[in-house]
Design a protein around this ligand. Sequence first.
Ligand SMILES: Cc1ncc(COP(=O)(O)O)c(C=O)c1O
Length: 400
Amino acid sequence: MPVFSEALGRIKASPTVAITAEAQRLRAEGHDILSLSVGEPDFDTPRHIRDAAKAAIDRGETRYTPPDGLPELKRAVAAKFRRENGLDVGPEHVIVSTGGKQVLFNALLATLDPGDEVLIPAPYWVSYPDIALFAGARPVIIPTSASDGFKLRPEALAEAITPRTRWLILNSPGNPSGAGYSETELRALADVLLAHRHVWILADDIYEHLAYAPFRFATIAGVEPELASRTLTLNGVSKGYAMTGWRIGYGAAPEPLVRAMTKLQGQSTTSACTISQWAAVAALEGPQDHLVSFRNAFVRRRDLVVERLNAIPGIVCPRPEGAFYVYPDIAGVIGRRTPEGVEIRSDEDFVRALLAAKGVAVVHGAAFGLSPHFRISYAAADEVLGEACDRIADFCSTLR
Ligand SMILES: Cc1ncc(COP(=O)(O)O)c(C=O)c1O
């Protein structure tokens, strides 16, 4: 048995990956399983992007790139941040990594020491607290509520800041709630942050392109340019271009942070996949028409799921502004029992019993730091979503 590090002992395996693996196991055993637990679009990567990757292979673009990214992609990313987000950045402010997740990992590992604090509004993406813990820091979870749209209030932010606060992580539209911060809401948070010059902001905008009217996406360094000198704006092609498996994410930040992250990346993955980087150039510089059909499909599915879930007694499902998740409240079923007599004491009990009884895989709210809820990823065919909602309704109707 190898001896494992203390750092490894501080983190847990991803709960979303665990549920998905359990669903796959049950399916392999022959059970009829509907899996709504995975966080990725169900669409194919647009053809012109796939063609660009094939052309890169045929041109022999199969060697390492500089650790901070292919110059052509860094230029395309800087142009994207200027064009779409109004950020004043050049290629020297950009790092390209193996997914947005590596941008986050680099940034936290490069800046945190034991005792440092990272502010994370809940519900949060499962990786934020664990990466902070791995870096030796203390995640400080700030709960939000459905009545605040699952968004951090400026007063709660001001209260949570201490001299040890190093980062605030803001994710909009957010995973798992789908909540999006409006420009006005970001303005109010920016006013608090302006008064605390030691706090850096990590704006995780990975779902930027999956924002649904009338909500309009905004990012904090665009809303308050004075914060750009201590903001890392994270983005990538995974969600908006259906490219999760290509593993390309990027960030824009002040040069010293980009250099520090590059140093770390040069000692871990060297550089992101060269072929995928050429595909990402095509994604950012090519036609964006696919976004209209992605958004239309997601809005239709969101509305279907929200309506169907709200018709179930005991479930209350807010209508999110973006991403492809809903995060219904199940306080109304906590304390009830299944026909077999199992008491549903928590959202984890709920999702386990639902999977066992009806074969629907969703993720419990405790995994995202806010209970009692569960997360459905509606990046699935309409028929699958309709059938899953029928089964959830059936399951709830059996609870006493
Ligand atoms: C909120 C959030 N940020 C970042 C990521 C990272 O995505 P990737 O590493 O594929 O770019 C994800 C993926 O699930 C996410 O949900």
